[in-house]
Design a protein around this ligand. Sequence first.
Ligand code: FAD
Length: 306
Amino acid sequence: MSQFRFSRRPDIGDSVSVSFEFFPPRNDDMEARLWETVKRLEPLAPHFVSVTYGAGGSTRERTARTVNRILNQSRLVPAAHMTCVDASRAEVDEVVGEFVSMGIRHFVALRGDPAEGVGARYRPHPEGYSNGAELVAAIRNQGDFDVSVSAYPEKHPESPDFATDFDMLRRKVDNGATRAITQFFFDNDLYERYVERARRAGIYIPIVPGILPVHNFGQVANFASRCGAHVPAWLAERFDGLQNDAQTHALVAAAVASEQVLDLIERGVSDFHFYTMNRADLAFAICHMIGIRPGLANGGSDAAAA
Ligand code: FAD
């Protein structure tokens, strides 16, 4: 049915805004691939792009280098992710200050996962910030920046209940968070219910759905189980038997993610954050499906000049 709904909305690209997430490359080959991705997605004029930050500051230099290159060699507006893991408050403040001097005005503030990996017990650094809310306050202490934070439509795995999660999200908002970006999910009802509950809890910042195009179903299923995201049986069924058929896998992935995004648009969602895994193909195809095209995106006049 979605193609009929879509055909009634030819202006959809004008009202929809997207952002893209990248991770800092580990070597020259990955850097070249990321840069191809950046250049392919740039004409879509995303609202912003963000660059993740590794556990314990392990990607501090690489995140900084990537953000700096995007700032200086593209027309994209980069946001820097920051975490609290294994760093004192002074160290975190220093890194934030370095990003600010570089020209960064948007942060994605996270507590982060323990260096031992998702699922291990989180222990704050003895002199560090202990959660995302404290980090938001520290960043806002340095200036009036845009600060995005995490949100979990299926609850954070460490959280005993949704009330604890909403309490944390409210503390982040009270400390100056301007937007929440969700963990990826595949069931739009869960997202819709989460947003409704957040509004009832008095949380009014935008809660932007994080969309994960499925580049590799096996990897996604594995990662989802560790971070508390549910993989519905229908999704497994769609990718069943495609482990060695990359071409069909990609076509199915584009169809699945487009369907998800179009359904969210039907439900009134207008902003989307794509976890790109540093690959442009699926994100580009989905943007095309929702009317975001080179030279047309977000009103598009400057993209057209590219
Ligand atoms: P918080 O918001 O501080 O806490 C998450 C939840 O855990 C809270 O809602 C609360 O309910 C519960 N909780 C926290 N502390 C306690 C406690 N002491 N007792 C009980 N419950 C508690 N990770 C990275 O390493 N680098 C990144 O760049 C990165 N980017 C991300 C981007 C997005 C959009 C998202 C959704 C996640 C990202 N992550 C990243 C993963 C994130 O770091 C993990 O999910 C981490 O486990 C929690 O970080 P947070 O900021 O959500 O934590």
